[in-house]
Design a binder for this molecule. Sequence first.
Ligand SMILES: Nc1ncnc2c1ncn2[C@@H]1O[C@H](COP(=O)(O)OP(=O)(O)OP(=O)(O)O)[C@@H](O)[C@H]1O
Ligand SMILES: [Mg+2]
Length: 271
Amino acid sequence: MSAPAPLTETPAPAPAVRTRGLGKTFGAGDRAVAALRDIDLDITRGEFVTILGPSGCGKTTLLRILAGLADATAGEVSLFDDAGAGTGVGQATADGRISFVFQEPNLMPWRTVRRNVELPLEVRKVPAAQRRARATDLLDMVGLGQFHDAYPRELSGGMKQRVAIARALSYRPELLMMDEPFGALDAQTRDHMNAELQRIWMESGTTALLVTHHIPEAVFLADRVVVLTGRPGGIREIVDVDLPRPRPLSLLEDPDFVSRVARVRTLLGDR
Ligand SMILES: Nc1ncnc2c1ncn2[C@@H]1O[C@H](COP(=O)(O)OP(=O)(O)OP(=O)(O)O)[C@@H](O)[C@H]1O
Ligand SMILES: [Mg+2]
């Protein structure tokens, strides 16, 4: 027996990112390097998407184009369904609605943890009391409530990266982009940070896009894993990870999880 038809159609969730035929070639003539080709990608608001692909296949380039830090040489990009964005070839404009976390936390060593988190709010001329309250909330959220007045040199690598994530969330970005944020951490700290990031993302409600080389990390965090081909990077396949949240770290041993990791590994040609 078939299910009754719904009375009203559920509206499609609003897209945060949409690309069509996006491509990027650096240089020209004999020296041209094709970095990305024909990327069609839709990311829904609130979704967590991870990107995996061989070194040099254009992952960082893709994030930079989405952030408006570089232009595509083919195709279209639009963010948050803005009519104004995506005009011209591959130009993304987002007016500070996007924030970035890089592999290195890049904290200012002469500022305390709290004042590092406040920095983007200072730039936006948010009044001091408001800045302080927001930084306090965020530092509590990332589990650094005791370290407001510490300096970066007094923190471990994982703690510094949590400060960088708190800073990136300070002005409530609609899209949080992360480029191998945990690449420098040991395996155990990385697992812990993955669980923390999942929690922070669930609490913040932001859309997240994370690039990684670590297959279990990509699967653990993602609603969908985008697997890219070698350069020029194109979409090889998008793997759905329809496992319930919050996901506990014990999931890493779960057969449903392990089979998805194996699937992604095969797609990457890792075995
Ligand atoms: N500014 C640039 N000028 C010329 N070529 C560039 C530039 N930036 C990147 N490239 C080239 O584009 C390709 C993709 O680079 P990109 O940094 O996006 O790769 P990636 O997937 O992030 O690699 P990795 O996994 O090693 O970080 C590489 O061949 C790189 O040499
Ligand atoms: Mg890169």
